[in-house]
Design a protein around this ligand. Structure first.
Ligand code: PLP
Length: 376
């Protein structure tokens, strides 16, 4: 029987000893190991402060919460994973979905400008959540400018962008913005579930520490009474142990991942359109994505060859739970991508021979299609 090629391949078994050590040393819930993991991430990102969370969604929720109850409106791209929208929605914020750019999937700056003009309340400006889709920060400079012109807040959802565009990331953190990451399973660095938030703003950091612990502490020292509203946003040392080990070889993990992306870029050889962000050498895309006319049909075809793939997320307004609840202007560009993006197999433990098999299968499919068209 031919082994199935999984769309994401990772295995954390090599770190199991560190987990056993942690439990034996009573390092189970949030403590020193979490701190150590946070420090390793802070060093990698060149950030002053990093806090770990139970998930990327929780990190974004905390970042939005930190902006305060007065902020009612959250601008976010229509094209993102539903977690971005759920983070704002659970806090009772009003969502405003922004179209993609006409050249790529990221938030359109002109779309954001039009929505600000239409929806923004000068007396109570909202917050923009910019999503670095598949590792891409395209349009971030224009978004930043609009944010400062209109006195909005800016949070970066980097859940698909850990390790990508280091210079941009460092500049954003230096400028005082908050970036959130995910360490869920289909991520380059994974602690099973998990996430973090990076900031250089000391006041934000102190509030966030308190918020993470039900609002009970301001500087890590519990006061017994909650000065601000919070939640149980705590992480665990057990997860942190897995993260610490991966951070020791983060550059190797990224390099190996980029080898997979390179194989796809070269091997697919123009037979499939590659999403813009995947074609850009400066970006560490989280996944290899191709644009197909019918991604569902392509996924079915690959399955017949024992190859798993993943249909890339639909748009926010496509989800029944958000229909009629999200304000927006024109969303034609993001509409184009809906149902057209397919994620090809990758992940830290994906074998290069499996990647070659996927490339071969896709190229054969395309060749058959061309031959069929010619003979008709
Ligand atoms: C863009 C984006 N935002 C938020 C999230 C949520 O992260 P998590 O699954 O860790 O909650 C994800 C997860 O992949 C994501 O891709």
């Amino acid at each position: 029987m031919i082994d199935t090629i999984n769309w994401w391949e990772n295995n954390l078994a090599e770190y199991s000893n560190t987990l056993i050590d942690a439990i034996s040393n009573k390092q189970v819930s949030m403590g020193m190991k979490t701190r150590e993991f946070e420090e390793a991430i802070a060093e990698f990102l060149n950030a002053k402060y990093v806090l770990c969370y139970p998930s990327g969604t929780a990190a974004i929720t905390a970042a939005i919460m930190q902006r305060g109850d007065d902020i009612k409106d959250v601008y976010l791209p229509n094209r993102t994973w539903i977690g971005t929208a759920n983070a704002a929605s659970i806090l009772g914020k009003r969502l405003i979905a922004i179209d993609s750019d006409n050249k790529h999937q990221n938030m359109s700056a002109s779309g954001l400008a039009k929505s600000i003009e239409r929806f923004n309340k000068k007396e109570n400006p909202g917050t923009v959540v910019f999503v670095a889709i598949n590792g891409s920060y395209k349009n971030i400079d224009m978004v930043q400018e609009l944010v400062s012109q209109n006195k909005l807040g800016l949070i970066i959802d980097g859940c698909q962008a850990f390790g990508s565009e280091k210079e941009t990331t460092r500049r954003l953190i230096k400028n005082g913005h908050t970036i959130c990451y995910s360490f869920g399973m289909p991520k380059l660095i994974s602690t099973g579930l998990g996430g973090c938030l990076a900031t250089n703003n000391e006041q934000d950091y102190n509030n966030l520490i308190a918020m993470r612990n039900q609002g009970l502490s301001i500087t890590g020292q519990e006061t017994g009474l909650a000065a601000i509203n919070g939640f149980n946003f705590k992480y665990t040392d057990m997860q942190a142990c897995l993260g610490i080990e991966q951070m020791k070889k983060v550059e190797i993990i990224i390099d190996k991942h980029m080898e997979i992306i390179k194989r796809y870029r070269e091997g697919l050889n123009g037979s499939f359109a590659v999403a813009k962000e995947d074609a850009d050498n400066a970006i560490v895309p989280l996944r290899m994505e191709i644009i197909c006319e019918d991604a569902k049909m392509m996924a079915k075809y690959l399955k017949t060859k024992n190859i798993q793939s993943s249909l890339r997320t639909d748009n926010i307004i496509d989800h029944p739970c958000f229909q009629g609840k999200v304000r927006h202007l024109e969303l034609n560009n993001s509409g184009y991508y809906s149902g057209r993006i397919l994620v090809l197999p990758s992940g830290p433990k994906q074998k290069l021979e499996s990647v070659e098999k996927v490339i071969e299968t896709l190229n054969e499919y395309q060749l058959d299609k061309v031959n069929n068209n010619n003979s008709n």
